[in-house]
Unconditional design. Structure first.
Length: 135
């Protein structure tokens, strides 16, 4: 239990840190997707023609896995909320979605757990774009 409290405190400190952009949100990830860091790992979101692929990467942006991992993905566009049905593939999750829905404004929200390590919920602004580093 003590380890979980320490991990939660560390996760909160990293997430709230002013050096957040040092963790890759200001550049595309290794699969040319958009990066967020919910905790001790990274999430990379890669939009495709009719899917949204979600990769749970380690702290070094490598080793994508679905083993002992899960995600919940939702889109809120102000009026409606859509839960995506994501399927685990070899080393990523594939979520069918129309490109039109991703191009509209709103928020993409992801709750995740990578190899039994729960992360904080993350939110991407839609349409997806690289975050600008703040001085």
């Amino acid at each position: 239990m003590h380890i979980r409290i320490c991990l939660f405190t560390l996760t909160a400190a990293i997430t709230c840190s002013t050096t957040l952009f040092a963790h890759g949100e200001d550049a595309l990830g290794p699969h040319h997707g958009f990066i967020k860091m919910p905790g001790a790992y990274h999430i990379e979101v890669v939009p495709g023609k009719d899917t949204l692929d979600v990769m749970l990467l380690d702290a070094n942006f490598k080793n994508a896995t679905v083993l002992n991992s899960h995600i919940k993905v939702k889109i809120n566009n102000g009026k409606n909320s859509y839960a995506l049905r994501c399927e685990s593939m070899d080393n990523y999750f594939s979520c069918p979605i129309s490109a039109k829905l991703l191009a509209q404004g709103g928020k993409l929200q992801i709750e995740s757990e990578r190899q039994l390590n729960a992360g904080m919920p993350v939110e991407y602004s839609l349409p997806l774009q690289v975050e600008k580093a703040q001085a």
